[in-house]
Design a protein. Structure first.
Length: 154
């Protein structure tokens, strides 16, 4: 039976939506209020704001296309679900799972990245809601698997 450990954060979507609204509003205001867009500097501002607005729109679409359930575990494996691929990690190979909360100018968000360290490599998955709780849940699963093996060996 699979257990959902980490879900996609809605904070990233909220931030990108607000940035998209701000940049689109600035673009529209510049077009409406500036009557003479023939000057090179004004044309540069219009193109720059159009580029920024399109950039935030693409980022928002990419964020919406991410899977809702990002981290899942079953009895033996941990699955990291990215937008285009799924990584399967053996639970007993995991050494450590560390959270990395996102921050902006001293303000810490509750979402962030999870780094999963194995014997061979490190996997990083981003924008997970309540990343500190998710890292603790991953380590609980790992400890349950490792202690279950020790009890079977005795």
């Amino acid at each position: 039976m699979r257990k959902t450990i980490g879900i996609k954060s809605s904070g990233e979507i909220a931030i990108l939506t607000s940035l998209l609204i701000l940049s689109a509003g600035s673009f529209i205001l510049l077009l409406v209020l500036d009557e003479d867009i023939t000057k090179p500097l004004d044309q540069f501002r219009v193109y720059l704001l159009a580029f920024i607005t399109l950039f935030f729109l693409v980022m928002l679409i990419m964020s919406l296309l991410k899977p809702k359930v990002m981290i899942v575990s079953d009895q033996d494996f941990l699955y990291l679900n990215y937008r285009r691929k799924k990584i399967k990690i053996l639970l007993k190979d995991i050494i450590q799972a560390t959270p990395q909360r996102l921050r902006a100018r001293g303000f810490y968000y509750s979402f962030g990245f999870i780094k999963v360290y194995t014997k061979k490599q490190m996997h990083k998955i981003g924008y997970v809601a309540s990343c500190e709780d998710v890292a603790l849940d991953i380590m609980r699963e790992v400890n349950d698997v490792k202690t279950g093996e020790k009890q079977r060996d005795i």
